[in-house]
Ligand binder design. Structure first.
Ligand SMILES: Cc1ncc(COP(=O)(O)O)c(C=O)c1O
Length: 391
């Protein structure tokens, strides 16, 4: 690829979010008439629930098309605080809620508030790739904590202690996590927060997959008190990926500087999206979301044993999100090549492990069950025709 003659180092160095490239390849094949089963996409296949859409349309018709305050619509900040009280029994101040363009905006704000050039943030490998790219973007450093099934694919307190350096400012966790779907109990979050706080750092917990849990509910890190950054979004559980709306909850002392960052970086989140999201916590919306959660659970319960039977190694049953992070050691190809072959020959799109880090990344691929049970069945049947050649 030919780069322009004047390009900043960070633009040269920033890695792509590879799953988007796979999606583009899959779409290109579809344009040629191929039928593709999509198991690469990290967003719900369901449309935004009707009450949210209706509230969005009403907001547009009512002329809510101007900027909101940089920290967000006060009514939405209050509604989010009220949701923590009803769903988790946790009291938070509406003033501690910052509305952002997706949790991507929240992650950027949190890391912008915490990292100076050269500062480090500790995070899981495998993990959501954009976080380490954000650190890089801010001239900070993402320090990988390699995780595997022995620790539920989550970092441990001992790892945090071992990797802490004079430059470490924060630890970023995700529960449930992408790509592994595993969760951290409150006891583990508490232990880690104690270690981080004792060293003068900050714990950031990405709770974007809250609500999409199968078996038990996820616990919010806000139950530990207000000395923590929590990130969440309307994208996944609420089915609003394209509306670009998320939130950040931060300790009070950080809110004013975060407001200045938000004013400068994006001014405010989308106004119609914020009005639409006011309908997200209504009982009729939550009933729709619960039915969808149950459907995701059914899909997981189909896909997990089916992939194991095909030879993929999935040592744990993930309790949340909509992903299966599968070991592909049994097949004679590294994950990236395997993903390419499966797209080309089976018409099944998946994501290679290298998108999520470096630790044993070649030996893994990620399946997303963000498509119908019918499609998943078809995908598995197609995989069964191609995989034996590589076993
Ligand atoms: C763990 C995690 N965090 C954050 C995001 C960003 O999502 P959004 O900006 O749509 O809220 C994603 C998206 O896939 C994710 O998986």
């Amino acid at each position: 690829m030919h780069l322009p003659s004047h390009l900043a180092r960070r633009a040269i160095d920033i890695e792509p979010f590879r799953v988007m490239a796979i999606l583009a390849q899959a779409r290109a094949l579809e344009a040629q008439g191929r039928n593709i089963v999509h198991m690469e996409i990290g967003e719900p296949d369901f449309p935004t629930p009707a009450p949210i859409v209706a509230a969005g349309i009403a907001a547009l018709q009512a002329g809510h098309t101007h900027y909101t305050p940089a920290l967000g619509l006060p009514r939405l900040r209050a509604a989010i605080a009220a949701f923590y009280a009803t769903r988790y029994g946790v009291t938070i101040a509406p003033d501690s809620v910052v509305i952002t363009p997706g949790s991507s905006g929240a992650l950027l704000l949190a890391l912008s508030a915490l990292l100076d050039p050269g500062d480090e943030v500790l995070l899981a490998d495998p993990g959501y790739p954009c976080n380490r790219h954000f650190a890089h973007f801010l001239n900070g450093r993402a320090v990988a904590l390699p995780v595997d099934a022995t620790t539920q694919f989550q970092p441990t307190a001992a790892q945090i202690e071992a990797h802490w350096s004079h430059a470490t400012r924060a630890v970023l966790l995700a529960s449930p996590a992408n790509p592994t779907g595993t969760m951290l109990p409150l006891s583990a979050l508490r232990e880690m927060q104690g270690i981080v706080a004792a060293r003068g750092g900050m714990l950031i917990v990405d709770e974007i997959y809250h609500g999409l849990t199968y078996g038990g509910s996820a616990e919010t890190a806000l139950a530990l008190g207000d000395d923590v950054f929590v990130i969440n979004s309307f994208s996944k559980y609420f089915g609003m990926t394209g509306w670009r709306l998320g939130w950040l909850i931060a300790p009070e002392a950080y809110i004013e500087p975060i407001e200045r960052l938000a004013q400068n970086i994006f001014l405010a989140a989308s106004t119609p999206a914020q009005y639409a999201a006011l309908a997200a916590f209504q009982p009729d919306t939550l009933a729709i979301l619960e039915a969808r959660r149950a459907e995701f659970e059914q899909r997981r319960d189909f896909l997990l044993p089916a992939l194991r039977a095909l030879g993929f190694a999935i040592p744990l049953i993930p309790e949340g999100a909509f992903y299966l992070y599968a070991g592909c050691e049994k097949f004679a190809l590294p994950g990236e090549d395997l993903a390419r072959v499966l797209l080309d020959e089976a018409g099944v799109a998946i994501t290679p492990g290298v998108d999520f880090g470096r630790y044993r990344a070649d030996q893994h691929v990620r399946f997303a069950y963000t498509t119908t049970l019918d499609q998943l069945e078809q995908g598995v049947a197609r995989l069964a025709t191609v995989l034996p050649r590589f076993a």
